[in-house]
Design a binder for this molecule. Sequence first.
Ligand SMILES: C[S@@+](CC[C@H](N)C(=O)[O-])C[C@H]1O[C@@H](n2cnc3c(N)ncnc32)[C@H](O)[C@@H]1O
Length: 270
Amino acid sequence: MEYAITDREFEQFRSLVYEESGIKLDGGKKTLLVSRLSKRLRELKLDSFQAYYDRVTAERGGDEFVRMLDCVSTNKTDFFREPKHFDFLRDQILPSLQATKQMRIWSSASSSGEEPYTIAMTLYDGVVSPAQWDFKILASDISTKVLAKAAEGVYDEERLRDMPAESVRRHFLRSKAGGRYKVKPHLANMVSFRRLNLMDERYPIKTPLDLIFCRNVMIYFDRETQGDLMRKFYRYLKPGGYLFIGHSESLQWVEHEFAYVAPTIYRKEA
Ligand SMILES: C[S@@+](CC[C@H](N)C(=O)[O-])C[C@H]1O[C@@H](n2cnc3c(N)ncnc32)[C@H](O)[C@@H]1O
C-alpha cells in the first residue's frame, strides 16, 4: 500500500531534502518520493507523511533523517562508467606523477563503490610496480546504505559483466557458490570510506588532493549550489590537480576558477 501525500507535505520534504543535501526534487518527483518513503512509513507503523516528517525532523542528522536521505538519493553507477576518464587518468596523469609515486584521490559521490574501485584498478594496472606507489582513495557519499555496500565490496556477477575476464580474475575473488565477487585486498586497501555531505562548508580532508571525481551528482543541484561546490573543490585540490565531472554535466553556466582540459575534465592550474 502507498500513502497519499498532500501538496504541503511534499513541499516540506522537498525543502528539507534541498536544505540538507542540495538535491532538487521537482514536482515530477512526487511519485518517486511517495513510493520510496511509503515502505518506511509502513515499517514505522505511521499513518501519514506528516507523522513521518515529524519523526524525521525530531532529530536533524539523526538516524531517521539519514534513512530518509538514503531513500531519496539516486545511486545508479557502474564499473568503468564513462571510460574516457580512466583512460585519461592512466595515459595523462599517472605518467606525470612517476617522480613522486604518490596520489591522493577523492571519489566524492561514490555510491556503492564501483567508481572508487574502478579508480583503484586503473591505478594498480597502470603502473609497473604498484607496491612502490602510495595511492590513497577516499570514497564518500551522503547515503550510509550505499557506503556500507561499497565498504563490503561484494558484487553480483552481472555487475562485472562488461569487464574483461582477466581484470575480474586479477581484482576479484569469486564466491564458492558462484555468482558473487569480492574485491581483493590489494584494491580494498587502497580505498577508505566515510559519510560526507557535499553541502558541508568544510570537509575532513587534510592533505591537498591530486584528483577529485564528482560525477553524476551535480545534475541534482541548482547552479548556485554547483558554484559553491566548485569553490570548495578548488580549495581542496593541489595546484595542477584535476576535477572530473559526469558526462551529462557542465560547468558552462557555473562560476568557477578551473581551466578546461577536455570535455568534463578540469584543472586547477599550477
Ligand atoms: C548517481 S550516483 C553517482 C555515482 C558515481 N559517482 C557515478 O558517476 O557512477 C549519485 C550519488 O550522489 C550521492 N549524493 C547525493 N547528494 C549528495 C550530497 N549532498 N553529498 C554527498 N553525496 C551525495 C547519492 O547518494 C548517490 O550515491
